[in-house]
Design a protein around this ligand. Structure first.
Ligand SMILES: Cc1cc2nc3c(=O)[nH]c(=O)nc-3n(C[C@H](O)[C@H](O)[C@H](O)COP(=O)(O)OP(=O)(O)OC[C@H]3O[C@@H](n4cnc5c(N)ncnc54)[C@H](O)[C@@H]3O)c2cc1C
Length: 284
């Protein structure tokens, strides 16, 4: 297993921001995950599970504990109707697998840069659709580091939320997929979703996707735009001109720059609409 002390975390996040982890580990199997969590507990050290780091802002001070990356826990297999994937499998890898084995139904996730663990925890999706609609079962480690199996309903999925953070580790999940004769339509849908995203989302600079959740019946981006925040800049961080719910790291932004913008946006939106925007990204 790869273990590195004092590892810069910026390179492990899509925002490319953040300080160092006291210890950074890439376990290769569940046994090693249990060892790491066990050790952290013995030493009363905090630990953090890192997926693809695409919904994350790491503070400039870094993380004084063990960061456990799921990068190497990415095996994917199938039965006739299910794709079974470990939590570190990336959405892109799962979709590639679907194309290879003619398994359809997961294409709406195309272009989302996360891993399955993050996707499940966040109930990631687009507009009214989310991963919860294709999850059949989930395997996790409980507080005693025993493996437990859940059916989807036990994850209490709701908009960009689940109750899976109650488990120290999400191990794997089975996703419903439909066997089809040919994969042309799967490929077409994947391409359509990716080009739709390219048209609506800002590219070119590191980000963590949408910063805030959409309030019920509203789009956070619209509120932020109407409050006049588009283009606001603090240090190297800018509120995107294309999609106001994105903050872009345009020039070596620090976490403090991003947190400063977040506070100003919240204040502006509250002053204009009396709406408290809730964070979608996780801050560590
Ligand atoms: C350009 C861009 C576009 C995006 N578009 C969308 C979008 O359209 N829709 C959307 O919903 N999101 C979107 N996102 C946000 C992000 O991709 C999703 O939230 C994604 O599911 C996060 O997955 P991750 O693996 O990167 O999680 P991380 O950011 O690594 O972690 C997120 C949380 O999940 C936890 N976690 C991860 N794996 C495990 C595990 N195995 N066990 C326990 N906990 C775990 C982490 O501890 C953390 O609390 C976008 C992000 C970017 C950068």
């Amino acid at each position: 297993m790869l273990i590195k002390p004092n590892e810069p975390l910026a390179g492990h996040t899509t925002f490319k921001i953040g300080g160092r982890a006291a210890l950074f580990a890439e376990p290769e199997n569940l046994y090693e995950v249990k060892e790491l969590i066990g050790q952290a507990r013995e030493k009363s050290q905090p630990f953090f599970i890192l997926g693809a780091g695409s919904n994350l802002l790491v503070r400039d001070e870094g993380f004084d504990g063990i960061v456990i990356s799921t990068r190497r826990l990415n095996r994917i297999s199938r039965t006739d109707k299910y794709v079974l994937a470990e939590s570190g499998a990336l959405v892109s890898q799962i979709l590639k697998f679907g194309v290879k084995y003619n398994l359809a139904g997961l294409e709406f996730l195309a272009g989302i840069p996360g891993s399955l663990g993050g996707v499940l925890l966040m109930n990631t999706g687009i507009k009214e659709r989310s991963v919860s609609e294709v999850v059949a079962g989930i395997k996790a480690l409980d507080e005693n580091l025993e493996e437990v199996e859940l059916i989807a309903a036990e994850a209490s999925f709701s908009y960009r939320s689940s109750n899976l953070a109650r488990f120290p580790f999400i191990v794997s999940a089975s996703l419903e997929a439909k066997p089809v004769e040919r994969n042309d339509e799967i490929k077409q849908k994947i391409n359509a979703h990716i080009s739709g995203r390219n048209n609506s989302q800002p590219g070119g600079y590191p980000s963590a996707g949408s910063i805030f959740k959409n309030p019920i019946g509203e789009a956070a981006g619209r509120l932020i735009e109407s409050a006049g925040c588009k283009g606001w800049r603090q240090g190297g961080a800018v509120v995107s001109d294309k999609h106001a719910n994105f903050i872009l790291n345009v020039d070596n932004a620090t976490a403090a720059d991003v947190l400063g913008l977040i506070a100003k946006i919240r204040e502006a939106v509250y002053d204009k609409f009396s709406v408290n925007l809730e964070l979608e990204i996780k801050i560590i």
